[in-house]
Ligand binder design. Structure first.
Ligand code: ADP
Ligand code: MG
Length: 402
């Protein structure tokens, strides 16, 4: 597997870099540039090697099935131009250009005009209908722009699109250098430690929460095989509770997942909440209380209760490896952060253990609650990190490079 730091003879070569510049923005104002910053080590490495960089990324969603005027509106909303401006500010001394095209002569000549050590950011890859279909013609046209390819978009590595899969597949077949960037390398190395866990790194405990069981079926399956214990919180716990014949009031649960939940519970590895913090209303919780066992009519579960938090913390304290996905409660509301804080704290207090967060909302919860720095690794790719676990370490955008 080639890494960007080991790439050779790049002076004057056109290198396509698939980055993840899918930043939150509105009307051209970027509210969080973390993802741009995260790509800088790879970009700087390649600039330093005298390459001519062509950066590609998607930004937001463009639904090509919609009416033409809707598609135009979505394109306008997800214009990559402001990202180039921000990137330029983050790379003083480097010439950063933008090309408002995704195919054709305008794109080609922008690439041809590049000088050694210059950076060109292409317009949003999703302006092209063929991107998400991994269209062979589009992949061919994009691949023809590069002499080498670097994958540094971990958050898109679980998608076999033209820019993540089509291009490297072609360039690799042509004998050109295809490599993983620094960001992806770190993700692969760290996530491998929760995918392949040797005996001496057990107990391995997974903490699963969040909203739906159905979103996480494959990851639950996979974690039950790898882990010694799977701790369940969040709304998904209510599906398990109903499956075991308990009452959950008006808590959200999934009737079509009951049989599955029961089967999973019968593995004997699953820990469920023994109490819950409940409220009379989700939007406007005026009556908040803690109950053990059944949740009464007219109330819904919003967080794990204090006894559960203590029980889970004790369990986590035994771990040598932890994978956490999904908040224990509605952490966005201050009244219901305690459960999520408890698991964060228990992970933070572990000594010599390897702790990983996978999942967008879990990462923002850890950040909001002040525990992000305490984890060994916080994945930048929510969906990608889960798929990595599900597929035993395999992702299309990474396997194609390997
Ligand atoms: P991740 O992005 O880390 O994979 P999910 O998207 O699965 O996590 O779930 C996060 C969401 O789950 C949060 O918005 C949180 O408010 C919600 N959630 C957690 N517990 C509950 C609950 N008891 N009731 C409703 N929503 C909940
Ligand atoms: Mg989420």
């Amino acid at each position: 597997m080639l890494l960007v730091k080991d790439m050779k003879d790049l002076k004057g070569k056109r290198v396509i870099v698939r980055v993840d510049f899918n930043v939150p923005q509105k009307g051209g104002v970027i509210s969080d540039d973390n993802r741009i910053v995260a790509a800088l080590p790879t970009i700087k490495e390649l600039v330093g090697k005298g390459a001519r960089l062509i950066l590609m990324s998607h930004l937001g969603k463009v639904k090509h099935k919609e009416a033409p005027e809707v598609v135009e509106e979505q394109k306008k909303k997800n214009n990559m131009a402001p990202v180039a401006v921000r990137l330029g500010e983050l790379l003083p001394g480097v010439n950063v250009k933008f090309v408002n095209a995704t195919r054709g002569e305008e794109l080609k000549s922008a690439v041809n005009e590049l000088k050694d050590g210059e950076v060109l950011l292409m317009q949003n890859t999703r302006y092209e209908k063929g991107e998400e279909k991994c269209d062979p013609e589009l992949s061919k046209e994009w691949a023809s722009l590069g002499d080498a390819f670097v994958m540094d978009a971990f958050g898109s590595a679980h998608r076999a699109h033209a820019s993540t899969y089509g291009i490297p597949e072609i360039l690799k077949a042509e004998g050109k250098q295809v490599a993983l960037g620094y960001l992806v390398e770190k993700e692969v190395v760290s996530l491998d430690r929760v995918v392949n866990v040797p005996e001496e790194n057990h107990p391995y405990i997974a903490i699963l929460g969040g909203f739906k069981v159905s979103d996480k079926i494959k990851v639950i399956d996979s974690l039950l095989k790898k882990c010694d214990k799977v701790i369940i919180g969040g709304a998904m716990a209510y599906t398990f509770a109903v499956a075991l014949g308990r009452k959950v009031g008006s808590s959200p649960y999934e009737p079509d997942q009951l049989e599955y939940a029961k089967k999973m519970y019968d593995t004997g590895k699953i820990l469920l909440p023994v109490d819950s913090k409940i409220a009379n209303d989700f939007e406007n919780p005026t009556d908040i209380r803690v109950v053990e066992g059944d949740i009464p009519e007219g109330y819904q579960g919003m967080d794990i209760g204090p006894k559960t938090a203590e029980l889970y913390a004790k369990e986590i304290a035994k771990a040598k490896t932890v994978f956490w996905n999904g908040p224990m409660g509605v952490f966005e509301k201050d009244e219901f952060t305690a459960g999520t804080v408890a698991v964060c704290k228990a992970c933070a207090e572990l000594k010599g253990a390897f702790t990983v967060i996978g999942g967008g909302d879990s990462a923002s919860a850890a950040k909001k609650l002040g525990y992000k720095e305490k984890f060994s690794h916080v994945s930048t790719g929510g969906g990608a990190s889960l798929e990595m676990i599900e597929n035993d370490g395999h992702l299309p955008g990474i396997d194609v490079i390997k």
